[in-house]
Design a protein around this ligand. Structure first.
Ligand SMILES: [Mg+2]
Length: 388
């Protein structure tokens, strides 16, 4: 472990810490264009709409959290997210001690049904604030880092297979070793053939997996898993609708590829239910689905106990605030062997002065206290939008 990553981790979570009173919590909706459109099943994204939460303590210290809109995943849309924070969650935590973050997360979790994104952004902002106050990194606050860097997963989603292959070769040269194909868009036979073609083009040493974002019915999912055998996919993620639990269980029984859950997994109870049914061998955990940083850490432990692999991911696309949080969690997770994807590099710009980077296919644990990135409030103002 790098000794400078969290210099006071051993002593800073201290019993004599003074209360850190939260003076105000603000919901800030932003919109940042993507470098190029991202296409996944049923969705074409050109601009990323995100909610930032700015939590300021009485002493002027500020913490930040982020959540992306996710209409087809959490149901969260920007005006609702702003209202959830300003009208429901902010009043519950304002005037309270940020160091009691577990209690505050518990209160928020039960004050509002669903709204995972807004809860996540508030929880992350309070955790960042507390970490900066205590001079402890997020990863040290949540159990300590098992590693100081993690392999980055790269998402492939070009309309043409030739472009996917060319992009894969380019990214392999940059150091990437882990790729996720976006499927569930074209006919299953074509997508399976494309996966096999990419495997042949890149050789056996890189990791390939596929994510259908609920874009398949049972028949097409069956065709895909059978026809893509030679692609040696690590897993197929969420082929069927989020509520098709019987379909996922049936598909898992016949599929030569292990299945990963994503849109179906909005809470720990569902993770347990699907694991017990034999439907999934892995879980894609997102802080916006689970409703916070601490809730995601809890889910990681449950997955470890169930023997599930973990994929940690930002929604397309979050800034370095969300990315830094995910990297800290990836460094804490015991079983994060189905990939970690951050998404700030899809955006034309960022809102921090020290953006999270992927170097040689790897992401370093951000140094410093809290999430480790320094938000530039002028950049926040530049991308702020009205969400009504
Ligand atoms: Mg997914």
């Amino acid at each position: 472990m790098a000794p400078d990553s969290a210099p006071q981790a051993a002593s800073a979570l201290r019993a004599d810490a003074k209360p850190l009173i939260i003076k105000r919590v603000d919901a800030i909706p932003i919109a940042i264009p993507l470098k190029k459109p991202v296409i996944m099943a049923g969705v074409r994204l050109e601009v990323s709409y995100n909610l930032l939460v700015r939590a300021e303590a009485a002493d002027g210290l500020v913490g930040w959290g982020e959540a992306s809109v996710a209409p087809t995943m959490t149901g969260d849309v920007l005006p609702g997210m702003v209202a959830a924070v300003n009208e429901h969650l902010a009043p519950l935590v304002t005037g309270k001690d940020a160091l009691k973050r577990a209690e505050l997360a518990h209160i928020c979790a039960h004050a509002l049904h669903h709204n995972g994104g807004p809860k996540c952004a508030v929880d992350a902002a309070i955790a960042d604030l507390a970490g900066r106050h205590l001079n402890v990194s997020l990863s040290d606050m949540y159990g300590g880092a098992l590693r100081d860097s993690i392999t980055a997963m790269y998402l492939l989603g070009n309309p043409k297979i030739e472009d996917d292959i060319a992009e894969t070769h380019k990214k392999i040269k940059e150091g990437y070793t882990f790729f996720k194909l976006k499927v569930g868009i074209k006919p299953a036979r074509d997508e399976a053939a494309a996966a096999v073609q990419i495997r042949k083009a890149v050789g056996p040493d890189v990791v390939l997996c596929a994510d259908a974002n609920m874009g398949m019915d049972f028949r097409s999912a069956r065709i895909f898993v059978e026809d893509s055998r030679d692609a040696d996919l690590l897993f197929l993620e969420q082929p069927l609708r989020d509520d098709d639990f019987d379909g996922m269980a049936e598909l898992a029984r016949i599929s030569p590829i292990p299945l990963n859950g994503d849109e179906s997994l909005g809470n720990v109870a569902t993770i347990i239910q699907m694991a017990r049914a034999g439907s999934i061998k892995g879980a894609n955990l997102k802080t916006i689905k689970l409703g916070g940083v601490s809730a995601t850490v809890h889910a990681m432990s449950v997955c470890a106990a169930l023997g599930l692999n973990i994929n940690l991911a930002c929604k397309v696309a979050e800034t370095s605030v969300g990315a830094a949080t995910i990297i800290h969690l990836g460094c804490v997770a015991p079983n994060v062997n189905w990939g970690v994807s951050i998404t700030n590099h899809y955006l034309v710009d960022d809102i921090v002065s020290n953006p999270v980077r992927i170097d040689n296919g790897s992401m370093a644990r951000p140094a410093g206290a809290g999430n480790g990135v320094q938000v530039d409030e002028a950049q926040v103002a530049r991308y702020r939008v009205h969400a009504a």
